[in-house]
Design a protein. Structure first.
Length: 214
């Protein structure tokens, strides 16, 4: 089975991912610097947020995060989303809902593995470039020379995309190796502390209602 982190790469390269028709967009270049914060600038700071968020507050947080992600990576989608927000709320909600899981993945990945994040953003950029170039090649008014030139450009983009995807797979392998190493260390540490852990768990069960995970 492919690593879990790889599941969304191809999905992220499909135009329908954003809930918008490819023909309705001018697909932009994408590159989110590793140092860029994907949390919306308009969102309240985490330290000032109450401990318990209402459903509406959480929904607004999600909207802010997704819109900021669009603004940084796909200005045209961001502009279209702003229009939907004012004129077609149902389409806007569908757009936000369809993107939030991927935004969550990218944010988590950026914190945990910046290199894999950078590679994935480059893969996303190249994926949209290939979609845009393929869309242009469907024009019927292209001369033979232009078609040949653009086809060669598409091949070069796809070749670069392949290389990036190979780097992503290698980064995922390295990430899994490190996680396995950390898990092995954790198992060894817990085994060495077996008696103390069992004693503490027993005391917790007798004195209070502990969580299922321990």
């Amino acid at each position: 089975m492919r690593p879990r982190l790889a599941r969304h790469w191809k999905f992220a390269r499909i135009a329908a991912f954003w809930g918008l028709a490819l023909s309705a967009l001018v697909l932009p270049s994408l590159m989110l610097p590793a140092s860029t914060n994907t949390t919306a600038a308009t969102a309240p700071a985490t330290t000032s947020q109450p401990a318990t968020r209402t459903a509406e507050q959480r929904r607004q947080d999600d909207i802010n995060r997704v819109m900021e992600f669009f603004r940084l990576t796909q200005p045209d989608v961001y502009a279209q989303a702003k229009i939907y927000q004012q004129t077609e709320p149902e389409k806007f909600d569908k757009l936000i809902t369809g993107a939030i899981m991927t935004v969550n993945r990218f944010e988590s990945m950026k914190r945990r593995n910046p290199r894999l994040f950078d590679l994935s953003m480059r893969d996303l950029q190249l994926g949209y470039e290939s979609l845009r170039k393929a869309h242009e090649l469907k024009r019927t008014d292209l001369s033979a020379a232009d078609r040949n030139r653009m086809t060669q450009q598409l091949k070069e983009i796809v070749a670069a995309e392949f290389e990036i995807q190979q780097q992503i797979r290698q980064a995922e392998i390295e990430d899994l190796r490190q996680r396995l190493k950390d898990l092995d260390t954790s198992v060894r540490d817990k085994q060495e502390q077996k008696d103390a852990i069992i004693r503490k768990r027993t005391e917790d069960l007798l004195e209070r209602t502990p969580g299922l995970m321990w």
